[in-house]
Design a protein around this ligand. Structure first.
Ligand code: ATP
Ligand code: MG
Length: 404
């Protein structure tokens, strides 16, 4: 027998009252995005459950992907059989033969939404339980906590059987908590920050600052690859590449070395905030972690943060590096993050950046620069790419062109 569909149970969203249908619609869209590499499947979603119809697609591969989607609490692979007693008996026998081991307890839980079916749920429990007893004489029933809970559902079109419940990611469906601009470098921390924001339902757009020719196409590719890893939790992500070369050259030329980092970060934040405004986001997400590097002292954060009043979410701010690395490994971004492509900050990084920059000095140095013009040109030059779970051929072509 082959699984015909996967029955999906929702997570926390069941508590969200009148927003429920909005949540469910969003989750359905996200599942569709995440499962886009499997063109054969179909998805429906109602108030209580979603259904992924496999139409012959390999269950294991689909399940692996489904496990990661935020907003799903758990799911069950389901067998579809004819709505007749002989067909149900045969199916129960086949399933039990493949999973029953000596000493196990079991239970049949029938449910009938088609009330015209010849047996009611209690009768059906007895009929199908008898099949088990006849074939496995030592099998014992346990109403509470059985080893095998074989659920049978009689619906209008057919009967459905399942005995598994696979735990999924939980969290909230991505897109149900507004939109945040994720400042995504090529490092370890920002993808983890993005993952944690996604977990709480924030749709993210990845903003990446690139300074060609100082940064290589490899660094950009890395940021793309990291973004692609993040699509498995809630679907496609807009990737926004910001041209940052002019700004970095300007700062390097006109500001003292010790303040390069602070000024650079202030520009990044201004630009990200501007992009957020244009694209209808509410918050900014970054991968700052307290005390990790010079830009991440509280004084630095204060000086950098001063250019924007938009809420900035820092999901990893109080985590140790090792805790962050654990998550990076679990979400499979670590190996990409440690690829040795320098990003724009490393290349322009001063040897001894100021760890306690003074706002007064910062503002004075910035007077030497045409802030509005620089920000405007950077924002005008952004390139937006939709990143999907599977690499699209035109993106490969683009990259090859960049490399040549
Ligand atoms: P990460 O591992 O995320 O690179 P980090 O520990 O290296 O973080 P920094 O380099 O100081 O720390 O960067 C702090 C945060 O600033 C990053 O987590 C990211 O959110 C943002 N950031 C840094 N560089 C870039 C970039 N090139 N594009 C977009 N955001 C960036
Ligand atoms: Mg970094």
């Amino acid at each position: 027998m082959q699984y015909s569909e996967i029955m999906v149970r929702y997570g926390e969203l069941s508590t969200k009252g009148k927003n429920r249908m909005r949540f469910i619609k969003q989750l359905r869209r996200n599942i569709k995005d995440v499962l886009s590499p499997f063109p054969g499947i179909e998805i429906t979603a109602d108030r209580d459950r979603a259904h992924v119809y496999l139409n012959g697609t390999d269950y294991e591969a689909v399940a692996e992907n489904l496990k990661e989607v935020f907003g799903i609490q758990n799911f069950s692979p389901v067998y579809k059989v004819d709505k007749s007693i002989p067909a149900l008996e045969a199916a129960v026998l086949e399933i039990m033969t493949s999973i029953y081991k000596e000493g196990m307890t079991f239970k049949i839980s029938s449910k009938r939404s088609d009330h015209s079916f010849e047996q009611d749920s209690r009768e059906l429990n007895v009929t199908l339980g008898d099949v088990v007893f006849r074939n496995f004489p030592y099998a014992k029933v346990a109403m509470k906590g059985p080893d095998i809970n074989l659920q049978v559902e009689i619906r209008e079109e057919a009967a459905y059987l399942t005995h598994e419940r696979i735990r999924a990611a939980g969290g909230l469906p991505v897109g149900t908590s507004g939109k945040g601009m994720l400042m995504l470098s090529g490092g370890i921390d920002s993808p983890v920050a993005g993952y944690l924001a996604l977990k709480r339902g924030v749709e993210i757009e990845a903003v990446h600052f690139a300074s060609p020719p100082y940064t290589s196409p490899g660094a950009l590719q890395k940021a793309h690859d990291l973004t692609r890893k993040l699509t498995k939790f809630g679907g496609n992500i807009q990737f926004i590449e910001v041209p940052f070369t002019e700004i970095q050259e300007e700062i390097k030329e006109k500001a003292p070395e010790a303040y390069l980092m602070t000024l650079t970060r202030r520009f990044m934040l201004r630009i990200t905030d501007r992009i957020r405004e244009v694209r209808g986001g509410q918050i900014i997400v970054n991968g700052e972690s307290l005390g990790q590097v010079a830009s991440q002292t509280v004084e630095s954060m204060q000086a950098i943060n001063a250019v924007s009043s938009t809420p900035i979410i820092r999901p990893v701010v109080t985590m140790d590096k090792l805790e962050i690395i654990d998550i990076a490994q679990a979400i499979d971004t670590f190996d990409i993050s440690i690829q040795p492509f320098e990003d724009c900050c490393t290349i322009f990084a001063p040897d001894r950046p100021k760890t306690n920059p003074k706002i007064k000095n910062v503002e004075q140095y910035e007077q030497r620069l045409d802030i509005d013009g620089l920000v405007e040109r950077a924002v005008a030059g952004i390139k937006v790419t939709e990143i999907t779970p599977q690499v699209q051929q035109d993106q490969v072509d683009d990259l090859i062109e960049d490399l040549l």
